[in-house]
Design a protein around this ligand. Structure first.
Ligand code: SF4
Length: 150
């Protein structure tokens, strides 16, 4: 089981969706300039048991459209099961990973995927020079342009 910070409703991270965000601790990507170094410690946060996770999904059903994970791909079985549960309840799903690719079993349960580590020299998704990619997997398209203000 993995630990998470308390879930948060967020509006900007997945274009066109209101998302419930679970930040999973234990990230080992080690991006220079990481804004969330507390996520490196796998002991930080509270265990996201299936019971607690289901309670969140039931509570936010009808209020959010997407379940979003920051990390957790280092436990592919756990994460893919949690994503599958969200999909069976009618939510869309998204993962933000600092890696370039994720396990097939995770990918199969996702509607959206953000890949790539954070590099402060080229910036994040709101930078035209970023190394990161945000995929709309249903449309098989990269939609970084939706993060960039004119
Ligand atoms: S992937 Fe995210 S949490 Fe992990 S080191 Fe990079 S910026 Fe920090």
């Amino acid at each position: 089981m993995f630990n998470s910070l308390p879930a948060q409703v967020v509006m900007q991270e997945v274009p066109g969706e209101i998302s419930l965000l679970f930040s999973i601790t234990g990230c080992d990507v080690g991006c220079k300039g990481c804004h969330s170094t507390e996520l490196w410690n796998e002991e930080y946060g509270e265990p996201l048991s299936e019971e607690r996770y289901r309670a969140y999904l039931n509570q936010y059903r009808g209020f959010v459209s997407c379940i979003l994970f920051f990390g957790g791909e280092w436990q592919p079985k756990q994460l893919s099961e949690y994503l599958a549960l969200a999909k069976t309840m009618g939510f869309k799903t998204c993962l933000y990973t600092g890696r370039e690719r994720v396990a097939r079993e995770i990918h199969a349960q996702l509607d959206y995927l953000k890949t790539g580590e954070f590099d402060h020299q080229v910036g994040g998704l709101d930078s035209p020079d970023t190394n990161q990619k945000f995929y709309d997997l249903a449309q098989n398209k990269i939609i970084n342009y939706k993060f960039i203000n004119d």
